[in-house]
Design a protein around this ligand. Sequence first.
Ligand code: ADP
Length: 259
Amino acid sequence: MNQNQLKKALSKLPLGDVRYFDSIGSTNNEALAWATGGARDLSLVIADEQTAGRGRLDRKWFTPKGSALAVSIILRPAAGEKPHLTRIVGLAALAVADALRTRSLVSQIKWPNDVLLNGRKVAGILVESVWSGEEVDGLVIGIGMNVLKGSVPSAELLQFPATSLEESLGPLVEREPLLHDILAGLIALRPHLGSDSFISSWEKALAFRGEQVQAEQGEGSLAAGKLLGLESDGSLRLMDEDGKSITVRFGDVSLRPGK
Ligand code: ADP
C-alpha cells in the first residue's frame, strides 16, 4: 500500500492516530492492545498483509500481501452509544455496503458479520471489545475486504464462497479511496446508531430476507425459518414453519440458505 496515497486519502477525515504496517499478525490484536493502552477514538491500524488474521472463534482470515484491505478501527463509545453497542457490527457492514454502492455495486449483509457481492463473501467484520470493569471502554472493528483476485482464498479453505472487488470492477480498484469511503460512511452513520431508521436500513441490506435460512449456532444447534428482520438490538428474527417467532442472538452463528 502506498503510504503517501493513504495519508492523502485519509487527511480530511476526523480520525485519531493511524498506525500502518507492511505486514502484521492481526490488525485487531494490535488495535486491542492499543485501545487498552489508551488509543484515541477513531484511531486506525492498517496493514498490507496479515499473517495471522482472525475470523470469529479464532478461525483464520486470509490477507495476502498487496491485494486486500485490512483495517481495525478503534472506537471509544460515547455514553449515548453504550446502550447500542450490539449494533456496531451493522454500522460497519452498512459503511462497507455504502462504499460499494458508490462504486455501483449492490451488496448484501449476511448477518451478522459478512458482506456479500453476487452471493459471495467480499468482506468480513470482526468486532471485539475492551472492558474496563463492567463497562465497555473501547471497541475494535476489524474489516477485511477482498480487493484484488489474489486475496480470495482457494475454494477448499472456504465454507462459504468468496469473491473480490476485482471480479466486479476490474483490476484498477484502489484500496486507499475505498478505505476513505468506508470510514466516511461509518462516521456519517454513527450519530444515527440508536435510531429506528438505523435498524430499518440494516434490515433492508440483509441477504436472504423473506427466504428460508438455517442458523447454525455453536455446537451444532440449528434454528431454521424464514428470515423476517432484526430485533432492536440487532438480533435476527426468523419465523419457523409453525409461524412461531425465533430470535437468533449474536454469538457464533453461521447463516446459510435453508432447504
Ligand atoms: P463465517 O464463515 O461463519 O462467517 P467467520 O466470520 O469467522 O466465519 O470468518 C472466517 C471464515 O471466513 C474462515 O473460516 C474462512 O472460511 C473464511 N475466509 C477466510 N479468509 C477469507 C477471505 N479473505 N475471503 C472470504 N472468506 C474468507
